[in-house]
Design a protein. Structure first.
Lengths: 384, 384
């Protein structure tokens, strides 16, 4: 059977060039970066090279990057680490209702420990209004955390405007760029970012590696205590092959991001145009301020889960909600935040594109999807 | 130049059979374990197989294992997760003075948040006395955390006896088995273990993957909040290739551990016998209750760092203190806990063996080490 992967937003295949660069570090040039002997020094030098490459892709200084185990860990570190380190200054955090669960659940955890959190509304496209950020800032605010691009609906937030406000108000500004890093440009200085979460496995690097940019002077506590790796901010033996892979992936993105974005935007827009011909369908997220590889649709009267399973039977990997919440029965918090009713939110489909997506894949989806939707609606209990 | 790796306690090369098993999951059978489509289900199934293999090596039920990013993360989860989840029951934790930094630093972090910690002394071999554990337990004690085997000096603790006491006193018992897993037997039921920390990269599996055994009914909070992976106890997209590698490594250890231990014990004892012929040298740790692959020596009047660098120049990778603290100027807390004076603790050398260690490697070390020690002593400012 034909096999078409359209779930790049959940995870990506590792680029073969990335894998080749990782290989020696598994059992030839292996070592513990904390060891002083030559194998240790070689491992250390390899992760320093990776640090430089990852830093470069966001216009940062290499020494301001720490490697973590995932974007989830980076986001947990930001929320909790900033809260604990700055509680003498204030106890208020601002975020939005459409952040990833790891931001929202870290925020909720902090609320139980005496911190106050403002969860900003978004508009029908999922956009945060910078004015809302400004209005929410008080003299107790220690952190603003707004994602760069949403993982479900692909909406790109006005990070640069929010960054200006935070700089003026002297509040730390964090963005979760897990979905956008390597897909659209990001620049820590231009955007006034103090903290940036990124990871490898959404940009053709390996799973199990994330990173966190921390601007010089930002007060933050670690959440993993131990041997003092990563400048004391993230203890754990460094995952050398993983970090090397992240570095290579970042280097490749630096060169290839622009052309890929151009190609994917075309494919994306063709997919959107075709899918919207299905009656009672809608596009979730912004028509243009969206990631080049993201599409997200709602189809009235049917369940997203059923859609995904029927596409799966035809060889297409897709997702409903986000991968992270796809096994929960709750409708997506992102889709409800942009105003979708529960049944519309349940009938959502995310098709996310990537480097191997071809014109004929889009043709195929446009060929089979209308029939699947039609069949599911015929048996739908929701359609009066 | 001859190249001899004798730092297996810091990190091990990935077994080629492990790497082969990991490979397809990087970019052929890749997927997000939370996705409902076939690629997601295949990834999920792969980590479930790994869960079974890792569980088996400690006699546990697969569903009681969660995967983490490292032993450091597992230990942080235990200390903080048990403390936060059981604070209504009590605020007292018992551990030892020779635990890994990630246990000790998590404990110190908890002390700043209202918890009380007892750091038990050890004897001259590094052994914790089970009677001391019993005496230290109060009605406020919520956790006893004693490592299975020490990472620096290889001493194997009387875990089974301590487990009996904790069971009788109804206190959760955790062991950090990062150094022992796959080297000596461990059985969660026989040893009455409620929580066990393990990782892959010390047993020929990949870096960046750990696991935590949690007995049914144990109340524990996650430290990474997010999408609810690993039964809600460790959010983050699963590192599928890494976890698959951990599973394969565990399966191989199951078959090969016994024979390797026999082989390494012989090599270890020959190394110890030979090194102790050097005057003013001593073995740190217990002569027999020690890991099959661990040796740790002190040489009066010289610096361990200098020893390691001179061995490095002759092609031998060794370590002083533990890898995790080898860049700090403090003498090892383990060596000071067993009664070594600062200068003795500074002059320590750990040579740790592994699957590729051969008789001729031991010959070579025994051939060059006496000369290196002699030369360093000739220029030593410490010698009278």
């Amino acid at each position: 059977m034909k096999k078409i992967y359209l779930d790049y937003a959940a995870t990506t295949p590792v680029d073969q060039r990335v894998l080749e660069e990782m290989k020696p570090y598994f059992n030839k040039d292996f070592g513990n970066t904390m060891s002083v002997h030559s194998s240790g020094r070689a491992a250390k030098s390899a992760i320093d090279d990776a640090r430089e490459r990852v830093a470069k892709l966001m216009g940062a200084k290499p020494l301001r990057i720490i490697f973590t185990g995932s974007a989830t860990e980076s986001n947990n570190t930001v929320l909790k680490g900033i809260a604990f380190a700055n509680k003498d200054k204030g106890n208020h955090i601002i975020t939005s209702k459409i952040e990833h669960d790891c931001v929202l659940n870290s925020a909720r955890w902090l609320e139980k420990r005496g911190f106050k959190v403002t969860y900003l509304d978004v508009d029908k496209y999922g956009l945060v209004d910078p004015n809302d950020v400004e209005k929410a800032i008080t003299d107790k605010t220690i952190l603003v955390s707004i994602m760069h691009a949403n993982n479900e609906i692909g909406t790109i937030e006005p990070i640069e405007e929010i960054g200006k406000i935070c700089k003026r108000k002297k509040v730390y500004f964090h963005t979760d760029a897990a979905q956008s890093f390597g897909k659209i440009p990001i620049d820590v200085d231009k955007m006034n970012l103090d903290l940036v979460t990124v990871n490898a496995h959404k940009m053709y690097g390996p799973q199990g590696v994330g990173a966190l940019y921390i601007r010089e002077g930002v007060k933050i506590d670690p959440i993993l205590h131990g041997g003092g790796h990563e400048f004391g901010l993230r203890s754990s033996t460094s995952n050398v092959p993983g970090i090397v892979g992240f570095g290579k992936a970042a280097e490749l993105r630096m060169k290839e991001m622009k052309d890929e974005a151009k190609k994917l935007t075309k494919l994306r827009d063709r997919l959107i145009e075709g899918v919207l011909k299905i009656e009672n369908s809608r596009l979730n997220g912004h028509p243009t301020k969206r990631l080049p590889n993201n599409t997200n649709f709602s189809f009235s009267f049917i369940e997203g889960e059923a859609l995904v399973l029927h596409l799966d039977m035809k060889g297409v990997d897709a997702s409903t909600g986000s991968a992270c919440s796809s096994k929960s029965l709750e409708p997506s918090h992102v889709l409800t935040a942009i105003g979708l009713k529960h049944d519309q939110a349940h009938g959502s489909l995310r098709l996310s594109l990537g480097k191997d997506t071809k014109d004929k894949d889009i043709d195929y989806v446009l060929e089979i999807l209308p029939g699947i939707v039609k069949n599911l609606r015929m048996i739908s209990p929701f359609k009066d």
